[in-house]
Design a binder for this molecule. Sequence first.
Ligand code: PBG
Length: 327
Amino acid sequence: MLDLPHRPRRNRKSSWIRDAVRETFLTPAHFIYPLFIHAGDDVQPIRSMPGVARLSLPALLEEVEGAYAEGVRSVVLFPAVDEGLKSPRGEEASNPEGLVPEAIRRLKARLPDLTVVTDVALDPYSSDGHDGIVSPDGRILNDETVEVLCAQALCQARAGADIISPSDMMDGRVGAIRRALDEAGFAEVSVLAYTAKYASAFYGPFRDALDSAPRFGDKKTYQMDPANAREALREVALDEAEGADMVMVKPAGPFLDIIRLVRQATALPVAAYQVSGEYAMLKAASQNGWLDERKVVLEALTGIRRAGADVILTYYARQAARWLREG
Ligand code: PBG
């Protein structure tokens, strides 16, 4: 016999003890479900995201009603915009008759208590595939873009969005959007800022889904360098000062240290986005029979919560909600 006063295994010896000492919980209340929509009548599967598709508006309603019944009460919408509607300044982003405002109105009419989150950035609408306006010499124009983003945010708020979520990474956009919302009487509309959004290759499948990849260059002059952590703290301080209600770290899995850092730096709720490439990895390995999908997905989501995220944006939201209920 070893002479061991401490045997940590005693606190793992039964399912009661394990349940009683568990530190991290995952429930469908933590999820925001990202959904892709398009103007057509068909449902278009996304090659690099098996199980995810661009939905028609009727299919969106059906999917959201199903997810809602299973406990997922918040969605975030991403539009695949017809090529003909894209332009250098992305005017379609603030068209009140556009796809996103129409989707918001229909969702709210059907499910008034659903929390609808909308993405603010120009990339789905930009003929350049960038989140901001591009100058003739190829720079992304910050202040001009912020003005257009305010119009986009107002358009979404008028349609009934509950939470506006700027993902563009322009400087000063959180404060400008907050002011624009307040001046227009939307003081109750929240701002969930993509605060530490990295220039990540894990967004690849998302850009397939929206056909929104940059037509030239990359996003490194506005999205953050994956090698940096201190910079995330600077972004948190600014977004907090500018009036963000929640801050986000994105991607989630490869940036768990940043989630923890941000958690410790602010009293605001922290969200984390398990992005398209994280979904694609888990899905591909599972489809090959290399990983147990249910177990790895719940483990990955629990890890994101354990790192310090309150809220998780995940393409697995509906399925995870189902798994959690099955126990
Ligand atoms: C657009 C936006 C992106 C994502 C969310 N909003 C892509 C990008 O910045 O290129 C990525 C989400 C994902 O990969 O799941 N501003």
